[in-house]
Design a protein around this ligand. Structure first.
Ligand code: 5RP
Length: 228
């Protein structure tokens, strides 16, 4: 099975937890994409749910799949969220934000009664920050100064770039901010680093999610594996 198949089996497995009447948090990324496709199929077959997307990209896919949408203003409590992750440790702590949606993902996670994380097995790691740089969303004003302070914690970070019409430019998030990708030599105390980074003026949020996931659904070549 290739990675796309591993993502697909994990994401589709997560949708088995969705029942009519639920408010569903819709995560972001190439793994959750398969859950959105499956949800669209289930809705066409009669499932009655409303979703709250974690990014403009997910909103677009949800609309194309005819998934009815609502907002946190009208539905402040989410029954179940399905989201992806960039790195997962054995304590169910996560690094997220590879898709630059970490701020909305953390807000949605905070409003959710239950969170299922869908990944392929390459995302599982012994210590966070060893296989994926930590995304940190920062406001654009004075960003170089914010980066200097962030680097005191992680050592080195890079401003995330994107290519548009053949030109490389700074990536702007759905919230109008920049992303720094922070290169740690491992994050053995994620809870501490999450708080330290968020304490720097200019930092909006970072991609460490501690004690938030209820279950990790992992696609492996021999089938689904769970961590809970
Ligand atoms: C977006 C995220 C994604 O959930 C994370 O990057 C995983 O994405 P993918 O499933 O494409 O690997 O945190 O901000």
């Amino acid at each position: 099975m290739n990675t796309e198949n591993l993502k697909k089996i994990a994401a589709e497995k997560a949708t088995e937890n969705i029942e009519s009447g639920m408010i569903v948090g819709l995560g972001t990324g190439s793994t959750v994409y398969y859950a959105l496709l499956k949800l669209g199929e289930m809705i066409r077959e009669g499932l009655d749910i409303v979703g709250i997307p974690t990014s403009a990209g997910t909103e677009e896919i949800a609309i194309a799949q005819q998934i009815p949408l609502t907002t946190l203003a009208s539905s402040p409590t989410i029954d179940l969220t399905i989201d992806g992750a960039d790195e997962v440790d054995a304590h169910l702590n996560l690094i997220k934000g590879g898709g630059a949606a970490l701020v909305r993902e953390k807000i949605i996670a905070n409003a959710s009664k239950r969170i299922l994380i869908v990944v392929d097995e390459s995302k599982v790691s012994r210590v966070l920050g060893t296989t994926f740089p930590l995304p940190v969303e920062i406001v654009r004003f004075g960003w170089e100064s914010t980066q200097t302070k962030v680097n005191r914690i992680c050592g080195r970070s890079t401003l995330r770039l994107t290519t548009q019409n053949g030109n490389q430019q700074s990536l702007i998030t759905d919230n109008g901010n920049y992303i720094l990708d922070c290169h740690f030599d491992g994050i053995p105390e994620p809870e501490k680093i999450e708080l330290q980074l968020n304490n720097i003026p200019g930092v909006v949020e970072n991609g460490i999610f501690v004690n938030r996931a209820d279950k990790i659904i992992i696609g492996t070549p021999s089938g689904i594996r769970y961590m809970e």
